[in-house]
Design a protein around this ligand. Structure first.
Ligand SMILES: N[C@@H](CCC(=O)N[C@@H](CS)C(=O)NCC(=O)O)C(=O)O
Length: 229
């Protein structure tokens, strides 16, 4: 049985969708990041990066959401394009684009817009611009193809879904221009596997307050001076 260390945040949700789509048996283990559970030694032994998600599959431990998504796809042989260089190359590009572009830029935009202790116009503008630039690349791709890799639903679409389902909340009116992203999200979210992944939120009452404890756990750079003192 795979142990799945999760919260309901975008990166764990990609993995939840994959586990469900692939029909894998798993035990969800909540990691309450607003209570600082990601920094506990027992969790750091699983993920030294102190983030969710991670999985433990027998004697294999994997962290970082897109690495997990690819691992699960290769393990099951499901939702991957044919293993030829011509098909695998774009699969890797788009999967890494989601991992290194979509996720980090969107995440930093959310941070500077909603959580930064000072409103820094430069940072908000830069990350909004860069996040939307990445989403517009996905939009252009989906305007010409049903899925990111063409005609078949793949793990790359699952990796995108984790963040894509939050696009309207994050970008407000600007999300209206991302019609094909919405089309893909609506299609994926209606799938039984996505419904089960979404229902994970009801299995554990995660802390919702962004209080001092949560900020210390999630934004430790704000407390650097105090920690050093
Ligand atoms: N590159 C990592 C990023 C993981 C990540 O940032 N996870 C967030 C939730 S989406 C988290 O654990 N946040 C808690 C924290 O930053 O302390 C991945 O893709 O798994």
């Amino acid at each position: 049985m795979i142990k799945f260390y999760y919260s309901t945040a975008p990166n764990p949700m990609k993995v939840a969708l994959c586990l469900e789509e692939m029909g894998l048996a798993y035990e969800p283990v909540p990691v309450d990041t607003r209570k600082g559970a990601q920094h506990k030694p027992e969790y750091l032994a699983v993920n030294p990066n102190a983030k969710v998600p991670s999985i433990v599959d027998g004697d294999v431990t994997i962290f970082d959401s897109n690495a997990i998504v690819l691992y699960l796809a290769e393990k099951t042989g499901k939702f991957l394009p044919p293993n030829t260089p011509a098909q695998r190359g774009p699969m890797l590009s788009w999967l890494m684009f989601v991992a290194s572009g979509i996720g980090p830029f969107t995440g930093q935009y959310v941070h500077f817009k909603n959580y930064a202790p000072e409103k820094i116009a430069y940072a908000v503008n830069r990350y909004e611009f860069e996040a939307l630039r990445h989403w517009n690349i996905v939009e252009a791709r989906l305007a010409k193809r049903r899925y990111l890799l063409g005609d078949s639903y793949s793990v790359v679409d699952m990796a995108l879904w984790g963040w894509a389902r939050l696009v309207p909340n994050i970008f407000g009116e600007q999300a209206a221009k991302l019609a094909n992203v919405k089309r893909l999200v609506d299609e994926i979210s209606a799938r039984p596997a996505a419904q089960k992944a979404i229902a994970l939120k009801d299995r554990h009452a995660f802390k919702t307050d962004m209080d001092e404890e949560a900020k210390r756990a999630m934004f430790p750079s704000n407390y650097r001076a105090q920690a050093a003192g």
